[in-house]
Design a protein around this ligand. Structure first.
Ligand code: V55
Ligand code: FE
Length: 493
């Protein structure tokens, strides 16, 4: 077995860990709010073996599912397990990597052709009492929410036809329905997109297929009360390139972006396409909502190019990470119009990992939170994650349902520290803001790190953590998380 490449994706905080742990009765310092009772699940990519290709990166890492549970007695438990994907098992069996480049099956060892190559490493999705580890290049894996044992690849009881399911689903808290899509639904570099609605009991209610304007990396989407919104940004796949052993994604700055809008219970033939700016890209949307006049607003963390250097570089885009321009950006369209162009408004600073209360999904909302870089940092940032630098400032926005949202709170970290994406824990009193829970990483020496879970008052983030749990084991950066209240875990029986 060779060594891991000595690149930013495999060194420092990004150094692979690959250790399954079970830590019980961890001490919670400070005042843990009674409302923070439940489990914080996290998806963590962590390659078990050095990759076949030196230019491999974060997105290929084997999925690990992590659970931080806050106990009745005021302590916390922490566990992490590999998702036992078919790919992980095939590699453990051989003792080395057998699958090749990110989303390029033509670079795999011949004897693993046909084995499901997804790594289930992006989002733990909780719906209808099931926990799914999702990644956009394949179907999710179902995991036991208590033991973290892998149950197996999940296809909604045989109902799902799409070969893929996105890692970014949307749940309407009022109806309990799960909305999702899968792109490249029938194979590598296909334009087919499957749009799916899942009943509150977890049964698949509908699956409809449509064609995207081109094969794009469709990482996230949104719903509003009446519509489903599909953004298309020009990070594109090409089958010939992939067959020749090239990268799955290239970013194309000269290509238009699009926003597809359809009635969320309608027929895919009703999709209208609204044109956006050329060359832009967003990984995550904060929300979509309709105002009183019926205009539809789509709020996204938009950049002028793809945020990942390992996508820009093979595309011939030469620029430093710090030269990317971005903003929390609103695209407004009249959903009754027959297409046209989006109206773009910049409503906040650059950043990513937007968070809103689950009950505001698809609805006019007042408040959101987001991670960004602290412009006043008095020292070096923490080098980690897929872009190479960790976010170190948490912001709160209010007035999201107005034309001019504004920053109403900020929590900066010191040098050499970074936030992982927070989850929102609702308050029992709906007029209260609830809590944000997240892992904070801090570098304390040469290849030495401290990892803490922070519980922050979502209504007063500037006050910092009201409670903290030190996690006494090395952690790799997380992608997305999910909060599951204890009442829902108890209801599993
Ligand atoms: C992202 C992450 C992925 C992926 C595609 O953060 C995009 C964006 C962790 O895997 O496969
Ligand atoms: Fe994501």
């Amino acid at each position: 077995m060779g060594a891991f490449p000595q690149t930013q994706y495999f060194t420092g905080l990004n150094e692979p860990v690959g250790q399954e742990v079970d830590l019980k009765g961890l001490k919670v310092e400070g005042d843990l709010p009674a409302e923070v009772r439940g489990s914080f699940y996290r998806a963590v990519p962590d390659p078990a073996f050095p990759p076949k290709f030196e230019n491999d990166h974060t997105l290929s890492g084997d999925g690990m599912i992590s659970r931080l549970s806050f106990n009745d007695d005021g302590t916390a438990d922490f566990a992490i397990r590999f998702v036992q994907t078919a790919r992980h098992k095939a590699e453990v069996e051989a003792g080395h990597a057998r699958f090749g480049k990110y989303r390029n099956p033509f670079t795999d060892d011949p004897d693993v052709q046909g084995i499901d190559r997804t790594v289930a490493n992006t989002t733990p999705v909780w719906h209808a009492g099931r926990l799914l580890m999702a990644k956009e290049d394949g179907r999710p894996y179902r995991v036991d929410p208590i033991t973290l044992e892998t149950i197996g690849s999940y296809d909604f009881g045989g109902a799902l036809k799409s070969e893929t399911m996105t890692a970014h689903v949307r749940i309407d808290a009022e109806t309990g329905e799960l909305f999702f899509y899968g792109y490249e639904a029938d194979g590598c570099a296909s334009t087919k997109v499957a749009y799916c609605v899942v009943n509150p009991d977890g049964t698949l209610k509908s699956e409809q297929w449509f064609d995207a304007p081109y094969c794009a990396m469709m990482h996230d989407f949104t719903i509003s009360e009446n519509y489903a919104l599909f953004p298309i940004y020009p990070t594109t796949a090409d089958l010939d390139r992939i067959k020749a052993g090239g990268e799955h994604w290239h970013h194309e700055p000269e290509l238009d972006s699009w926003l597809g809008v359809m009635p969320r219970y309608g027929d895919v033939s009703e999709i209208k396409w609204f044109k956006g700016p050329k060359g832009c890209h967003s990984y995550h949307m904060m929300n979509a909502w309709e105002d009183e006049s019926g205009m539809l607003h789509f709020d996204a963390c938009l950049n002028d190019t793809n945020a990942f250097a390992f996508i820009r570089e093979p595309s011939g885009i030469v620029m430093g990470q710090q030269d990317i321009k971005g903003a929390l950006t609103r695209w407004t369209v009249d959903p009754k119009a027959d297409g046209g162009e989006v109206t773009e408004t910049l409503i906040g600073p650059p950043g990513d990992f937007p968070v809103i209360p689950a009950k505001k999904q698809g609805k006019p909302y007042k408040t959101g939170w987001m991670l960004t870089m602290n412009p006043d940092l008095q020292g070096p940032p923490l080098l980690a994650g897929p872009v190479g630098v960790d976010f170190n400032l948490l912001l709160r926005f209010d007035g999201m349902d107005t034309p001019a949202p504004h920053v109403t709170g900020a929590l900066p970290l010191p040098p050499l520290a970074g936030f992982n994406e927070p989850v929102h824990v609702p308050a029992s009193d709906p007029s209260k803001d609830g809590w944000l829970v997240m892992i904070v990483d801090q570098q304390t020496g040469d290849n030495q790190f401290v990892h803490e879970a922070w519980v922050v008052d979502a209504g007063n983030i500037g006050a910092g953590a009201v409670a903290k749990v030190t996690i006494p084991t090395r952690l790799r950066p997380q992608v997305h998380g999910w909060w599951v209240p204890q009442t829902q875990l108890d209801a599993l029986g």
